[in-house]
Design a protein around this ligand. Sequence first.
Ligand SMILES: NC(=O)C1=CN([C@@H]2O[C@H](COP(=O)(O)OP(=O)(O)OC[C@H]3O[C@@H](n4cnc5c(N)ncnc54)[C@H](OP(=O)(O)O)[C@@H]3O)[C@@H](O)[C@H]2O)C=CC1
Ligand SMILES: [Mg+2]
Length: 352
Amino acid sequence: MSLYCGTFFRRKSFGCYRLLSTYVTKARYLFELKEDDEACRKAQQTGLFYLFHDLDPLLQESGHRYLVPRLSRAELEGLLGKFGQDSQRIEDSVLVGCSNEQEAWFALDLGLKSASSVRASLPKSEMEAELGGSFVKLRQALLQLNSVDSSLLFTAQALLRWHDGHQFCSKSGQPTQKNMAGSKRVCPSNNIIYYPQMAPVVITLVSDGARCLLARQSSFPRGLYSALAGFCDIGERVEEAVHREVAEEVGLEVENIQYSASQHWPFPNSSLMIACHATVKPGHTEIQVNLKELEAAAWFSLDEVATALRRKGSFAQQQREASPLLLPPKLAVAHHMIKEWVEKQSRSSLAA
Ligand SMILES: NC(=O)C1=CN([C@@H]2O[C@H](COP(=O)(O)OP(=O)(O)OC[C@H]3O[C@@H](n4cnc5c(N)ncnc54)[C@H](OP(=O)(O)O)[C@@H]3O)[C@@H](O)[C@H]2O)C=CC1
Ligand SMILES: [Mg+2]
């Protein structure tokens, strides 16, 4: 038997009521807000709002870091009033999370172009002056955000982008309607439900036992190398995608595929990055770079990679110093895998 009593779920087990964990309580609260428009509308009264302008989040500079301001409902209504918009606009926001105390967090974009005058794009520089911050490209701000803020902003931007691109039903051509939380859109003419999507991408760190294989695309910043990444084809298993992508990009066959971690990556569209380690078949290490996909690929020794990982200083600083190898930023899953590989290799060379 389970009882819902306001803020907590309690489950009766062996005659006593067990308080559910904060995590479970939060998960169920968010589930309720996604399912129940009225509950979500109510949560918008007491919630906090992250602001975006044409998918760029509002940030405030503080030394070398960015802070992410959040507006209360009253502050948001005041802002909208100054720009001739009524509080109805708040219902365009999407739910992105909540605090342990069940204060719901929403994201609202006031800069996306829309055909409707009630959804007009508000002027960016006037809003920035009013809010004492600036709307910054999320990719540019990455290195100056903490991991909690960046993860929330990744989700918020991906969700806002998805809604902006799914205003119409692909079958009937009619406008779709967002539910209050923004967890889906429905076509009123045929009841088709559209859910936000992420494209699965495999990212593989290939090792030959002593070295790891890193590659770069011509679009990467100068000096940056990363693990091999590629979109999963439809119908493919993760293992198949890993085999195919490595074969396509560097002409090698891999084995011993081991799952490492995953990450939602919002650039340029929403991807679910599935990170795996893999090894090449013994003696099969000769790389044949597919120049349609990559600019270069090479094997790097433990020492080269460990030195690059240890290097301090900003990315731009390292580029100026012409560091021989630059690695992805800490918050990218590619960085996590490279670090994991270095730790494992270092442990096994110590043990040897
Ligand atoms: N977080 C991290 O640590 C890292 C994240 N990544 C991300 O991984 C993603 C994939 O890596 P990438 O090497 O570019 O991928 P691929 O090797 O699969 O090649 C990219 C090409 O795939 C095509 N493509 C684009 N979107 C899709 C899609 N949804 N489904 C199928 N094919 C698609 C495009 O081709 P066309 O333009 O010809 O249509 C694109 O040029 C990138 O978005 C990148 O940002 C990559 C490395 C590290
Ligand atoms: Mg690729």
